[in-house]
Design a protein around this ligand. Sequence first.
Ligand code: SF4
Length: 221
Amino acid sequence: MYKINELFETIQGEGSFTGQPSIFIRLQGCPVACSWCDTKHTWEIHLDQQVSSTKMLAKREETEQWSNMSVEQIISLVKDKNYRAKHIVITGGEPCMVDLTPLCLAFETLEYTCQVETSGTFEINVSKNCWVTVSPKVNMRGGYKILDSAMRRADEIKHPVATEQHVDDLKTLLLKHQITSTPVYLQPISQKERATELAIETCIDNNWRLSVQVHKYLGIE
Ligand code: SF4
């Protein structure tokens, strides 16, 4: 069973799959505690916030409500909604707190592609073909360490930046885990002007890529 906070169809706005029509499955629960987190409503799993899948889907604002759903129920919901996207993005919260392999395999059998977005602080249990986006969260309040296994499994590394310290943290991390060929995306935190300038300069200096959270500029989910 998976604790689902949100399930919706939109355009992926970040990283390699930017522009790709996608079905987002947002899981409830994250202990990493990033100060700039824009999904703080997914952090806690309160049992009194459990709702039916119908109520979860009907939400019109960000809440801590979640629905407990099996793989079969999730697939059936996606079919019922007549979503046309064939790319699944499993996000959170921190989705890798649970084994995502059954969910990935079920969707892949139906010819969807899968992607998971994780902080790299939990073991990544996904299908072999699942695209893994590691957005390493260094020195966050929750006290979790970035796992070597996560950095090595990453198909792309997407790093939020606002200060030189964030860039230095990333360089240290890449060196420590000997990551040399994985594509690196820098993502300015909260679309701030200085963060964006820093990200552009750093991308050019290091031949990294820029990820600007296109969905936020478009005003979509
Ligand atoms: S890992 Fe993601 S969901 Fe968790 S606190 Fe950080 S930004 Fe928020």
